[in-house]
Write a protein that binds this ligand. Structure first.
Ligand code: 4AD
Ligand code: MG
Length: 468
């Protein structure tokens, strides 16, 4: 076969160099044909769109074409011609075809469409080859890029926080332990507690639930930073919105109060959604048509409105009124309750019909580091609530006062030996500062319209599942 420089299918489809000979390589989506002519839809992952290869059946012979079935990989030399069929601009008239690898239809699991999402999760190693997951993971890449660009353009520094840690940032005790100890022969003290002196780090360590605490160290030196890394939570939540391993983006800004923090969160998330609409439209259009006819309208919707800002207490009042009028929630509503996703979505989807930023939550349901309000009951928290998702961002202004922070740590019995370095930010040159965390996969749920968080991360980790 003649050696010709490969052209990516995304570029071929935009080309008008009719009559020129090109090479494309990719995987067969479908082949259909007759005695005269065969049509191969070829995809190389560069775009949701396939290029159509037109094959003279006689020229190649039916025997040669037989193994070219869904999933087979090919290299094709051919002439670029303007397409006769509708819906595509160009096609390739094959001159030479090399079959790299076949995919026996008797065993290749991805045949025509119609596979359930559950089935595709069981073959997550191959689901990447479907149109749907191609679209999702091209969007995922684009969102990661947009996030770095957003912060870089605004003078934030990308700061790398450790994955192995000895402190529990969120204080929820949902951490995965990291140890090299022999679990069959654990050394214990006279009270039966495990001794960690001889463990790898000489103390008990875990996978991080958040990079925030170290992020604050950097923000109070570099001014404005963000983290973007893997995050681990051993919460046994089998929901369409929880993963045991997910990615979080955590900006932290010195001198920002909660209002600046809300402005940043709103600008940030709108930027990401706008970026998706501007750069991923083919994929979004596909997902809109396949799964969720409201997707594009919903994305455009959040860009239009200024997010509603109201306090947790006001939010509870609205929910209580809804209950009084006969609305049924699965979980109870009262001041002090940790809102469930159904409550958050009621405020966003039924009541305001627009994203909501809820502030000033009861201190009992929020982490120790949040700035305490003068009422003694609430803290300067802010959660951004989104349609279809519920909480997409959680953040706060931080407690900058050493004594108040110290006392809160004591009240919550957080071991002070883990916190001395964090407290030093308040001991030396303390400043007001704020930050938040965006769950990357929650953002992707929103942008792709996928219904389950397991379908926006390549290889999901959830309770009882760590395959691939
Ligand atoms: O509200 P969270 O727990 O806040 C923090 O971790 C803070 N340290 C953030 C900060 O202020 N720097 O988590 C932040 C976001 C949530 O709003 C949600 O989008 C996502 O992280 N998240 C999860 N995403 C997937 N699976 C899980 N188990 C998640 N837990 C939280
Ligand atoms: Mg939260």
């Amino acid at each position: 076969m003649e050696t010709i420089q490969r052209t990516k299918i995304v570029d071929v489809l935009k080309s008008t160099a009719y009559g020129s000979t090109v090479n494309v390589k990719g995987w067969v989506r479908t082949r259909r044909g007759s005695k005269q002519v065969n049509f191969i839809a070829l995809n190389d992952g560069t775009t949701i769109n396939n290029v159509q290869i037109v094959v003279d059946t006689e020229l190649f012979g039916e025997e040669f074409l037989k193994p070219i079935t869904t999933g087979a990989s090919l290299s094709v030399n051919g002439v670029l011609v303007q397409s006769q069929g509708k819906g595509q601009s160009v096609e390739i008239q094959a001159k030479e075809i090399e079959i790299y690898g076949t995919a026996d239809p008797a065993t290749y699991p991805l045949q025509k469409k119609g596979h359930s999402m559950e089935f595709l999760r069981e073959i997550a190693h191959l689901r990447l080859r479907t149109n749907t997951f191609g679209a999702v993971f091209r969007i995922r890449h684009n969102m990661a890029y947009a996030i770095h660009k957003f912060f870089h353009d605004r003078g934030f520094f990308y700061f790398h926080t450790p994955i192995i840690t000895a402190s529990d940032c969120e204080g929820a005790g949902q951490m995965f332990q990291v140890t090299t100890k022999n679990l069959y022969n654990l050394k214990k003290d006279e009270n039966g507690s495990i001794i960690y002196d001889d463990d790898f780090f000489g103390k008990q360590t875990s996978l991080t639930v958040s990079g925030q605490l170290e992020g604050e160290l950097a923000a109070t030196a570099l001014g404005q930073i963000y983290t973007f890394g893997p995050t681990f939570r051993a919460e046994n939540s089998n929901t369409p919105r929880h993963l045991a391993e997910f990615w979080m983006i955590e900006p932290e800004v010195a001198f920002n109060d909660i209002n600046d923090n809300m402005d940043l969160a709103e600008e940030f998330i709108k930027y990401c959604v706008q970026w998706a609409l501007d750069n991923c439209m083919d994929d979004i259009q596909f997902l809109n048509n396949m799964f969720d006819k409201e997707l594009i309208a919903r994305l455009q919707g959040v860009l239009k409105e200024k997010f509603i800002r109201l306090s947790y207490s006001e939010g509870i009042k609205i929910l209580e009124e809804a209950v009084a009028k006969g609305h049924k929630f699965e979980f109870p509503v009262y001041w002090g309750v940790d809102l469930a996703s159904e409550h958050e979505r009621f405020l966003v989807e039924n009541h305001f019909k627009c994203p909501v930023i809820l502030t000033d939550y009861p201190k009992e349901i929020k982490a120790f580091y949040m700035k305490q309000n003068d009422d003694g009951k609430t803290v300067r928290a802010m959660d951004v609530l989104f349609p279809k998702i519920g909480e997409i961002i959680g953040g706060s202004e931080r407690e900058a006062d050493y004594d108040k922070l110290y006392n809160r740590i004591q009240e919550l019995h957080i071991p002070m030996k883990d916190m001395w370095w964090y407290l030093d930010t308040r001991r030396f040159g303390t400043v007001p500062h704020s930050g938040f965390g965006l769950g990357f996969e929650r953002l992707l749920l929103f942008v792709t319209g996928m219904a389950n968080i397991r379908d926006v991360i390549p290889f999901p980790r959830t309770p009882k599942n760590a395959e691939f």
